[in-house]
Design a binder for this molecule. Structure first.
Ligand code: ZN
Length: 279
C-alpha cells in the first residue's frame, strides 16, 4: 500500500472515510492506469473526476482541437483554450485539479494500427467516442487485450452505459457480454445521427460521464456490484433510469464459442468515421 503524504491524506480524506474505500481503495486508485477515449462530452467529466479521485495515470486519446461549439458540454475545455489540442487542454484542466497525477496524452485517432498497443499500457478503458466504428474497435481491442471497458453513449436527451469484461470468466466458465453480444453490428451509415446532427443536452453528458467514472472507480477498487451484464438506459426528458439485464451471445463473433474475430484486421482500412471522437 502506498504511504500517503499529509497532503494526500487531506486531499483524499472523504474517500478514505468511506469504509468500502479506505486507505486500501485509495491506494488502488493511485496505482491505477485508465485510458479515456475522447476528451469530449463524456471524456471531460470522466477525466476531471478521475483526476480528482487521484487515479495515478490517466491516458487521454483525441485528435481534435477545442472548438467554440464544444464548450456547451465539454467542461474540461475553456474559452481561452479554443484552438488548443483537446488532449493538452484536458491535461491542463486535470493537472489544475490534481498536480500529483500523471497524464499521458495521445494526440491521435485510435485505430486498428495503434489500439492494442495503446490499450495494453492501461488497466481499464473508458469509451466516450461517438461513432460506431470506434466503439466496435475499442470493444474488440479491450477483449483481445483482456481489459475491462466501461462504455457510455449520449444523444439528444438519451444516455446509455455498460461495463464489458467478457474476458473475465467465473468459476463455472460463464462470463458477461461484450458490446458485440448486445449490438452485433453497426447500423448502416446515416441511420443513427451524430450529436453534431441531432444535438445533445450538455448536462446529460456530465451525468453519464460521472456515472461512467463511478463504475471505473468501483472496478479499480473491486467494490459494489459490477455493471457487467447490465445496460443502463437513461431518458433525460422523463428522468427515467432503466437497468436492463444483458446476456452474452454464444454466437458472438468476438467472445462467443466459435469466434471469427481474433485480431483487429477487420478494422484495418476502415473509412474515417463520419463524426469526430468528441461526444
Ligand atoms: Zn461478445
Amino acid at each position: 500500500m502506498t504511504d500517503f503524504t499529509d497532503d494526500q491524506v487531506e486531499r483524499y480524506a472523504r474517500h478514505i472515510l468511506l469504509k468500502e474505500v479506505g486507505g486500501v481503495g485509495q491506494s488502488k486508485l493511485m496505482d491505477a492506469k485508465v485510458l479515456v477515449v475522447g476528451a469530449g462530452g463524456l471524456g471531460s467529466p470522466a477525466i476531471l473526476y478521475l483526476a480528482a479521485a487521484g487515479v495515478g495515470t490517466i491516458g487521454i486519446v483525441d485528435a481534435d482541437i477545442v472548438d467554440l461549439s464544444n464548450l456547451q458540454r465539454q467542461i474540461a475545455h475553456t474559452t481561452d483554450r479554443i484552438g488548443m489540442s483537446k488532449v493538452e487542454s484536458a491535461k491542463t484542466a486535470a493537472k489544475a485539479i490534481n498536480p500529483d497525477i500523471n497524464i499521458v496524452t495521445h494526440e491521435t485517432r485510435i485505430d486498428a494500427s495503434n489500439a492494442l498497443e495503446m490499450i495494453s499500457d492501461y488497466d481499464i478503458v473508458a469509451d466516450g467516442s461517438d461513432n460506431f466504428e470506434t466503439r466496435f474497435l475499442i470493444n474488440d481491442a479491450c477483449y483481445l487485450a483482456k481489459k475491462t471497458l466501461v462504455s457510455a453513449a449520449i444523444l439528444r436527451f438519451d444516455g446509455q452505459i455498460a461495463t464489458y469484461k467478457a474476458h473475465v470468466h467465473n468459476d463455472d466458465g460463464s462470463h458477461g457480454p461484450c458490446y458485440r453480444c448486445i449490438f452485433p453490428e453497426a447500423p448502416p451509415p446515416g441511420q443513427v445521427p451524430s450529436c453534431a446532427e441531432a444535438g445533445v443536452l450538455g448536462a446529460l453528458c456530465g451525468m453519464m460521464g460521472s456515472l461512467q467514472t463511478t463504475e471505473i472507480l468501483k472496478e479499480i477498487m473491486g467494490i459494489g456490484d459490477s455493471l457487467s451484464g447490465s445496460l443502463i438506459v437513461v431518458d433525460g426528458l422523463s428522468t427515467d433510469f432503466r437497468k436492463i439485464k444483458v446476456k452474452p451471445d454464444p454466437a458472438c463473433a468476438l467472445c462467443g464459442e466459435h469466434p471469427s474475430i481474433t485480431d483487429l484486421s477487420i478494422h484495418e482500412g476502415a473509412d474515417a468515421p463520419v463524426c469526430a471522437v468528441n461526444g
